[in-house]
Design a protein around this ligand. Structure first.
Ligand SMILES: NC(=O)c1ccc[n+]([C@@H]2O[C@H](COP(=O)([O-])OP(=O)(O)OC[C@H]3O[C@@H](n4cnc5c(N)ncnc54)[C@H](OP(=O)(O)O)[C@@H]3O)[C@@H](O)[C@H]2O)c1
Length: 324
C-alpha cells in the first residue's frame, strides 16, 4: 500500500526521516474496525512532531503519518474520519481518556491509500463538502470549533483574538468565528497573511504583539511562547485564553500574577469529540462557511508540503490526495 511514513526521527531536520513508498496494509487491529479508502488527507503540525520524535516512540516505526482523512467505506459510504481513538475499555468522552491516541500515534495514519479506524470513528460526509474540505475538518477545524464554542464558550457579538493568522487552527478559528457572528481580530507576523486573514473573514488584523483598540473576550492561542504574554494582556478581566498548541515554545513566563489578579481563565483543549465533529459539519452546511485550503498535492508531494508547514509558509490547510 502506498503511503507516507516515518522511517526515522530527527528533532532538528524532521523531513530526513520521511519516506513515500510501500508498506503492507496491516489490516484491522481489533474487531469492529472499518477500512476507509482515503480520498484526501490534510497535513498538521502533528505530522512534523512525529518526524521529530515527539509523541511517537521509536519502537513504533515505521509509522504511517496523518491524522485527518475523508474517504469511502467498503460499502460505499462517504465519511469523514474522527482521529481520536480511545482505549478499548474507555467509557467517557474520548478526549479525556488518558490512554487515547490519534491516528498515526499507535495505529497507522491517514496518508495512505487505506486507513483502518473503529467503526464509531467515522461521520457520514455530506456531499456539499468537497473531499479536500472534508479532510480539513478532523484536527484543525475540530480543534478551533471546540476552542471557540466550548472552551471559550463564545456567543455572537463577542470579540475573539486569533494569534498567528496563517496556521491551520487559526484560519479555522477565523472562518468559524466569523460564521458564528463573532467579531474576529487576528495577529500575524506577515503583512500578506494579515491581508489574507481579512479576506477570509477577520474584521481586523494586527502585527504580532501590537496594542489592540480594546481588550477582547477570548484569545485563540496556538502559537505559544511568542504570543503568550500578548494573549494575557489582550484579555478583558474575566476573559478566557483557549489554548491548544505552542508552536513557538511551551515554556513562556507564566505571568501568574496577571492571571489571578485579572481573574483570567486559561482552558486547555485537545481535538474534540465525534459529536462535535458532526456539529462542526452541520455548522458549515448551515452557514455556507468552508475550510480554507492552501494547496492540494499528490502523495509524492508530501515532503514539499511538510517543508512549507515547518516554515509556517502557508495560509490554510495543505491537503494530500493519496490516490492522485
Ligand atoms: N491540541 C490540539 O488538539 C491541536 C490540534 C491542532 C493543532 N494543534 C497545535 O496547534 C498549533 C498550531 O497548529 P497549526 O497547524 O494551526 O499551525 P502552525 O503551523 O503551528 O502555525 C501557527 C501560526 O503560528 C504563528 N507562528 C509560528 N511560529 C511563530 C513564532 N515564532 N512567532 C510568532 N508566530 C509564530 C504563525 O503565524 P503567522 O506567521 O501568521 O504569524 C503560524 O502560521 C501547533 O502547535 C499544533 O500542534 C493542537
Amino acid at each position: 500500500m502506498r503511503c507516507a511514513y516515518v522511517e526515522s526521527q530527527d528533532p532538528e531536520e524532521p523531513l530526513r526521516g520521511l519516506r513515500v513508498g510501500d508498506l503492507p496494509d496491516a489490516g484491522p487491529p481489533l474487531p469492529g474496525w472499518v477500512r476507509v479508502t482515503v480520498r484526501a488527507a490534510a497535513l498538521n503540525q502533528h505530522d512534523l512532531f512525529s518526524l521529530r520524535g515527539v509523541g511517537l516512540p521509536v519502537d513504533r516505526l515505521p509509522m504511517i503519518l496523518g491524522t485527518d482523512a475523508a474517504g469511502v467505506l467498503d460499502d460505499g459510504t462517504e465519511v469523514i474520519v474522527h482521529s481520536v481513538v480511545p482505549s478499548p475499555a474507555w467509557q467517557g468522552e474520548e478526549t479525556l481518556d488518558p490512554r487515547r491516541t490519534l491516528l498515526s500515534e499507535l495505529h497507522p495514519g491517514t496518508l495512505a491509500e487505506h486507513v483502518w479506524v473503529p467503526a464509531r470513528n467515522v461521520v457520514p460526509k455530506d456531499p456539499a463538502l468537497s473531499w479536500t474540505q472534508a479532510a480539513s475538518l478532523p484536527t484543525a477545524y475540530l480543534t478551533a470549533y471546540r476552542m471557540l464554542f466550548d472552551a471559550a464558550a463564545l456567543r455572537p457579538g463577542r470579540t475573539v483574538l486569533v494569534q498567528g493568522a496563517g496556521g491551520g487552527v487559526a484560519t479555522a478559528a477565523i472562518v468559524l468565528g466569523r460564521a458564528a457572528g463573532l467579531r474576529v481580530w487576528v495577529t500575524s507576523r506577515s503583512e500578506a497573511r494579515r491581508a489574507l486573514a481579512v479576506d477570509i473573514g477577520a474584521h481586523d488584523a494586527f502585527e504580532t504583539g501590537a496594542r489592540l483598540p480594546e481588550q477582547v473576550d477570548a484569545v485563540v492561542e496556538t502559537v505559544g511562547a511568542a504570543t503568550w504574554s500578548h494573549s494575557l494582556k489582550a484579555l478583558r478581566p474575566g476573559g478566557t485564553v483557549a489554548l491548544a498548541g505552542a508552536t513557538s515554545g511551551a515554556m513562556p513566563p507564566a505571568e501568574l500574577n496577571r492571571i489571578f489578579f485579572r481573574s483570567l481563565r486559561v482552558i486547555g483543549t485537545t481535538m474534540g469529540t465525534r459529536a462535535q465533529l458532526e456539529d462542526l459539519q452541520g455548522m458549515l452546511l448551515a452557514t455556507g462557511a468552508r475550510p480554507v485550503v492552501d494547496d492540494v498535492v499528490p502523495l509524492d508531494g508530501v515532503g514539499g508540503a511538510l517543508a512549507r508547514l515547518a516554515a509556517g509558509d502557508m495560509f490554510g490547510k495543505l491537503v494530500v490526495r493519496p490516490g492522485a
